[in-house]
Design a protein around this ligand. Sequence first.
Ligand code: DOR
Ligand code: ZN
Length: 344
Amino acid sequence: MQKLTIRCPDDMHLHLRDGANLKRSVADSAYRFARAIVMPNLVPPISNTAQALGYRERILSALPADLDFEPLMTLYLTETLSPDEIVVAQQSGFIHGIKLYPAGATTNAEFGVSRMERVYPVLERMEKLAMPLLVHGEVVDPEVDAFDREAVFIERELAPLMARFPGLRIVFEHITTREAVDFVRGGPAHLVATVTAHHLLLNRNALFAGGMRPHHYCLPLLKRESHRQALLEAATSGDPKFFLGTDSAPHTRHAKESACGCAGIYTAHAAIELYAEAFASANALSRLEVFASQYGADFYGLPYNSESMALEEIAVEVPSSLFFGEEALVPFRAGEQLAWRLSS
Ligand code: DOR
Ligand code: ZN
């Protein structure tokens, strides 16, 4: 049996939701991660510092008494966000990034940006203050093939944005394509990317295996196998530009199994175990620690966590559903096996 001990990891891209739903999501993440960059796409969105601080308190109130966890908050970039709010956010010490959703690109993205020019003054202030921009990198143009939306975003939006704000610190979130890997690699040191466990483990065939699989529907969509391989190679290469961000995104069973189901895959119940499986598949377990516990902290200017965590290669079955507030949540690998588990 293989065993692995690593410094406690951080999840640099996480959806926790709010209210009664926090109990499940916060506990699952806090059990595995010391800190997480928390996404602001609530309804209404977390779009100023006061709201983010309130949300942070609600997250901490939902934390089980025996666990430590530090939520690293973000603000939602709306077209009405003021540049001065970036100063307030930074001075609070609790806000670590500003999230850009192209309007309509994904779950609760309707409050996002439809014309990039409208947020130039905010981006200029962020560049000056070294506040990171966290980017959902997909175009929303309905003429563009759904599987090409990330690659087209690079050309149409991201490259021009970087030319205009060359010093802006950017996280290209949950990358899914070879084009994104190449673009990040070829860019400046302050352009980095997060990679999810599900995009490392699945290709787009998983959406249609034996029938429609709503629990494999996320955005950006799973891509073809050659892209998955490019992601796995990048994540396991030891390049500090690529680090862990699960994009774990819980939705109720009801919201997923629907005629128009929500995008999002819940991996928080087994996130580090799933990354261990992906890294083991590439014979790269020795590189899991830098990817999961160091490179993200380096980018965000955070100290490394001092605690460690142990994993062992023993198969465990995932429940077919979990409690999520009053409702049910179908987790990744529901009713199937994980190859790794946390060891005490
Ligand atoms: O699959 C996704 N789910 N992608 C996103 O960008 C948002 C997320 C969510 O909030 O559900
Ligand atoms: Zn996300």
